[in-house]
Design a protein around this ligand. Structure first.
Ligand SMILES: Nc1c(NC[C@H](O)[C@H](O)[C@H](O)CO)[nH]c(=O)[nH]c1=O
Ligand SMILES: CC(=O)[C@@H](O)COP(=O)(O)O
Length: 159
């Protein structure tokens, strides 16, 4: 586990727009992650009207939704959220790797930054600690999103 995330960026969120694609699988945990993300974005000045959330079945479906949000060219950054927890097989690792690659492809192909907020853990306890416990990954993803949205405004993108 790493807790050495960068600190909150000195970025005002006012006027920045975010598209969020979130899985329903492990719904309570993903919703907690989403709530923490939204609270952190709004604390930095992002308006509720500038946060658009779409929900999909599982983490495997998140990259497609992220791609559609990015293709709309309305957002400064797209944020992908999901929680993959190990079951009897290594399915969670397979999905986690493919989702990670797909999200990177969406970002590079679309020119819209994509934040990988899909958490992959071996146990439910590890997932709870990161989504609803002492490790606030929702706020970390918000900080990454704010920084990348501001950078996109500065450097430009395809859109
Ligand atoms: N086991 C988890 C899944 N599995 C579902 C897949 O993501 C996918 O929806 C299914 O294979 C149909 O394409 N999803 C999660 O988000 N978290 C899990 O722990
Ligand atoms: C089918 C799934 O999404 C996932 O829950 C796999 O679980 P398991 O490894 O126990 O088959």
């Amino acid at each position: 586990m790493s807790l050495d995330a960068p600190s909150k960026p000195q970025v005002s969120g006012a006027g920045l727009r975010f598209g969020i694609a979130a899985a329903r699988f492990n719904e309570d945990l993903v919703t907690s992650l989403l709530n923490r993300l939204q609270a952190s974005l709004q604390a930095s000045g992002v308006k509720a009207k500038d946060l658009v959330v779409v929900r999909v079945h599982g983490s495997h479906e998140v990259p497609w939704a992220a791609a559609r949000l990015a293709a709309g060219r309305r957002f400064d950054c797209v944020i992908a959220l999901g929680v993959l927890i190990g079951g009897d097989t290594n399915h969670h690792e397979m999905v986690g790797q493919s989702v990670s690659h797909a999200l990177q492809r969406v970002a590079l192909d679309s020119g819209v930054p994509v934040i990988n907020g899909v958490i992959v853990t071996d146990t439910p306890a590890q997932a709870r600690a990161r989504c609803a416990g002492r490790i606030n990954r929702g706020a970390e993803f918000a900080h990454a999103a704010l920084a990348m949205a501001a950078l996109k405004r500065k450097l430009g993108g395809k859109s």
